[in-house]
Design a protein around this ligand. Structure first.
Ligand code: SF4
Length: 63
């Protein structure tokens, strides 16, 4: 699976970084960065990040 974030709606509050730190992190400028590739082990966490994003900016898709 692969994750994609719509930067036009992401507000960089970072909820995803708390829920799925394997794929999402905040850089020193306070901007969220993410790793597109989602491992099987991290899929549940990334799905929680999708559900928890307050602006529904995170999308999971097949490669
Ligand atoms: S939870 Fe959503 S809005 Fe917040 S940083 Fe992550 S993708 Fe952006």
């Amino acid at each position: 699976m692969k994750v994609w974030v719509d930067r036009t709606v992401c507000e960089n509050h970072g909820q995803c970084t708390a829920v799925a730190p394997e794929n999402f992190s905040m850089n020193k400028d306070g901007v969220m960065e993410y790793e597109e590739a989602v491992s099987d082990d991290d899929l549940d966490s990334v799905e929680d990040a999708v559900d928890g994003c307050p602006v529904q900016a995170i999308f999971l898709m097949d490669e």
